[in-house]
Design a protein around this ligand. Structure first.
Ligand SMILES: [Zn+2]
Length: 77
């Protein structure tokens, strides 16, 4: 059974974290250091190695060393 109250609070949280993610990505793109909110390790911007094949499925991502933050960048910045 789905706990609807829990579900809606989860949705709220993910909306909020989406805004935070966008902010993190912006900072990373500007070359600023961003720390993972969970482990406080620096988050790195991982760009695809090859840009020769724009249609491949490899997308950019941001992640911390421990991996608790690992966000694939699917949207256009
Ligand atoms: Zn982390």
């Amino acid at each position: 059974m789905i706990d609807l109250k829990k579900f809606s609070s989860l949705q709220k949280a993910s909306k909020q974290s989406f805004q935070q993610q966008k902010l993190m990505i912006k900072k990373l793109m500007l070359g600023q250091q961003v720390l993972c909110p969970k482990c406080q390790q620096p988050i790195q911007l991982n760009l695809p190695v090859s840009t020769e094949k724009p249609n491949n499925n490899k997308s950019s991502s941001i992640s911390c060393a421990k991996g608790c933050t690992d966000i694939e960048l699917e949207f256009i910045l």
